[in-house]
Design a protein. Sequence first.
Length: 261
Amino acid sequence: MSDDNHMTDPPPVADAPATGEVAARSGRDAMATLRRAQQLVSDAQAAIEEASRVVSQGGGAGPAGGAEARLAVAENERQELASRLAEVEHQVGRLMTLYVATYQLHATLDPAEVQSTIAEIALNLIGAEQFVLLLIDEEDKGYEVRLMQGAGDTRWEQSQRYTGGDSLVDAALVDGGLRFGPTDESPALAVVPLRVQDLTVGALVILKLLDHKPAFVKEDHDLLDLLGAHAASAIFASRMYAKTARKLRTLESLIRLVNKG
């Protein structure tokens, strides 16, 4: 076997459990809801126009009174549907933004870049001002503080490892369930577990929101669930790739030593 200094590309690693399908399904459902809401608003507007025509033709006669009542009801329904449509459009916009962000997560196999992307999503999409990213240490299975944004709690600032003690964080790491606070035992506003199948690879602990976002709303639950699933998958894949790359480099070094011998 000849000596070859050219480094071959690491073989592809096994895919982490696919979570893109979850985001795609959420996006399709939101778009279908938006289309239904738009159709309802259109139907209501047509009914209002028809009722207005009847009123104008009635010239104030008795039947026109009933038409005016129907017109008022239709107008109220239209306003309600328009309000719902605006809410749905807002939610679709957020889902599409998250959908784009998940592609950024899976666009790299560099663990540091994946962590940086998670931080950008937490800040710009979720609206988190202070947060901590915990990731599992593959050797001792403890959790390391890998990233911290903002001047947070001194308990996080003074340690590079999480040793337990926060009830919400502990519970999320154990069962992989999304948690919201704060509580008497935890200052965290939310704990987003990063879970791949039955393995919890870390957690995003949100400690404070930006001033323009006073609190989490119902729609944030789905966004945080999607973020947790995609972030976990991206971290898992990047770590597997990095591990495979290290093993390949070691093997190539051994082969070169054997050839020189």
